[in-house]
Design a protein around this ligand. Sequence first.
Ligand code: TRP
Length: 360
Amino acid sequence: MTVEQVDYGTFEASLERSRKLEEDLKENPGKYRILTGDRPTGRLHVGHYFGSLQNRVRLNRMGVPTFIVIADYQVLTDRETFEAISENVHQLTIDYLAAGLDPSNGHTFIFPHSHVPELNQLLLPFLTLVTMAELDRNPTVKEEIAAAGLKNINACMYTYPVHQAADILFCKANVVPVGKDQLPHLELTRTIARRFNNRYAKDRPVFPEPQALLSEAPLILGLDGAQKMSKSRNNAIMLSASEDETAQLIKKAKTDSERVITYDPKNRPEVANLLLLTSLTSGRAPEEIATEIGDGGAGRLKKLLTESLNEYLRPLRARRRELEADPGYIRQILREGIEAARAEAIKTLEEVREVMNMGL
Ligand code: TRP
């Protein structure tokens, strides 16, 4: 079958394509359909908010139809615990809604993929379009195996990127806002779309080749200032944290021994990260904030950040509390998302069977 190999591509090339796409989205939002998503592994934190959520809300408000897949099957690629999946799906949905994704606008659909059987069925034809060697070479999968220290690797770990292609292609999405680590999966999705069309649908392509939209949001470090903010690394501020919890966490954040505050991301990553968060939540430049604090030191910086972050998140957290008190509403949002996703998936699977000569 070997046609051309999956080209896992360069970051620069993707960034270049992504910038062009961003321009065109502004001009022609009607040409596009967005799909993006997350694994339901817990609540979202401030790093998620500035890294991806905010960007999704912005694109959604341009009027682009937005499908958000909650990838519950994918949770089981690197862990065995499933007890919290349903609760996590609810919490994730609450975070989405509180952040400003609004299904009542009629073009926003949130759904767990386990509830969309026709989406999952696309996995089977797609699996025939990739080789074991290609799955084995996926750099993100390799990193995840290493990060989780897996001894027994289940087959879903190798095949979930193909399932992810089904997540994206079932609704013929052509734009996928993602972080850098997801680029290999997107390259694989493009390859699957291309191979499917070439083999089964030469005259009338079934699938678009979706493009990655890379967020240019800066990477938010955790409160240790050493690595990406993440709940499992215990360095995160959750969107759901109270104002007091937020203050306590920031108080314990790592800084350095220099008294005078300066914005120097290279040499002073911990201080720079706190300045960046203050900047993102106050709308002022980090350099300006640093100058103002001067020899007020880390104590002054932390106080300022606590105030501006808590103030920034106040409306989101208030909305979050309301939503948390109304589980029936969350279920309704998910049911509506599932219904819309299924309608798309049923249509697509019918087309797929037709071109594959599996019609009755
Ligand atoms: N693999 C993604 C992650 O780990 C989650 C995901 C599943 C996803 N399906 C997707 C992301 C489709 C974008 C598009 O974060």
